[in-house]
Design a protein around this ligand. Sequence first.
Ligand SMILES: [Zn+2]
Length: 432
Amino acid sequence: MIWNEARECMSRDELMTLQGERLVQLVKKVYHSVAYYRKKMQKEGLEPGDIRRIEDLSKLPFTTSEDLIQNGPFEFLAVPQSEIIRYHSSNATTGTELIIGCTRDDIEIWAECVARCIYMAGLGRNDTIQIAHNYGLFTGGLGAHYGAEKIGAAVVPSSTCSTDRLIKIMKEIHVTGIMCTPSYLLHIAKAIRNVREVGNLKLRAAICGMEIWPEKMRKEIEEMLGICTHDVYGLSEFAGLGVACDCEYHKGLHVQEDFFAAEVLRKNSNILVKDGEKGELVFTTLQREGTPLLRYRTGDIAALTREQCGCGRTTARIDLFGSKTNDTIVIRGVSVFRLQLESMFAGINDVHARYLMRIYRTAGLDMVDVMVGLDETQELLLAQEKDFVKIKVTAAVRNLIGVTPNVLFANTEEIARMARGVSTVVDERSYR
Ligand SMILES: [Zn+2]
């Protein structure tokens, strides 16, 4: 099933012509309305007239998350504030808010991208799709919701409600598709199996993303629920999920290239790699109005292929390698990505708490504390079960990094204070 055949299956030549036309318009716009880009282009002796086709993309300056954070949300706005109809934000790795503004057309394009992804997963207007992403500043819930409504599916905006309730609704109204983070789906799958409800469900496909998702985890979910799963890619900086998704062939994620021009750079350099080679993924938002971004360095490691896919789509595909260029932590010689740690904590069943991992060094040896933050209600509920929680957290950490942590309990305010704005990991070794 292809949602927008005219765009998703156009010839590569036509697509490059379209990308070129959009790039020319984009560069004119940001040059005249975003002082940040005008200054950067002037510094490199570039004028809008120097950009005439998509091949000229490589002449343009890069943008990084640090640029967005340091300059603030208004510096990158390419339209008057009155045209912004929504702001979204993500907690960047450093804990700083990264805010983007969306116009009405930006929201429409976002819905279009998600609609294409939903069709890639084989879901359509006759399906009932449960959105179990968090609704709010995070760019998962609302994006998924608008996309599902656009295709005419029946949408169930359950967000991240209690798992029991979510499963009950899933069963009662014959939900056939679900969109959420993979770690949350794994949690749901385990809960469904515990109550022996798998056979009573109509669920047949899931679209998951916004966090690292190893192949092993995908298989585990598919086997537990007897469904197909699809990986969706997106960054809050581009208004969230829907930038790319994998079709039924699962040979990489199709990029919505009429909206996002993709490049891959050799790691820690500005040199483009050949198709099929790994490097840092870079995107230019060809049609964004509110916060357009030129050559945004995502930090994600990926390889790009432009070979046509068996599904008939001609758009380039990305293979994601689940890593960031700058986001690795090494603990006693074992490399681990921050997002892997976050996924691990998200995947600990039955214990919904705020977690904080503190890494420090004693007598030259890396040590790990895990703080489990509980609010007053949880304190009461878990008073009898703290040993059980300790065993569970210890096992999860040991499995991932091979280190036995000290597990400590604290209230959520204490955890927030210790986190100093960082989401999950405080690495104190770098401060000594
Ligand atoms: Zn395909």
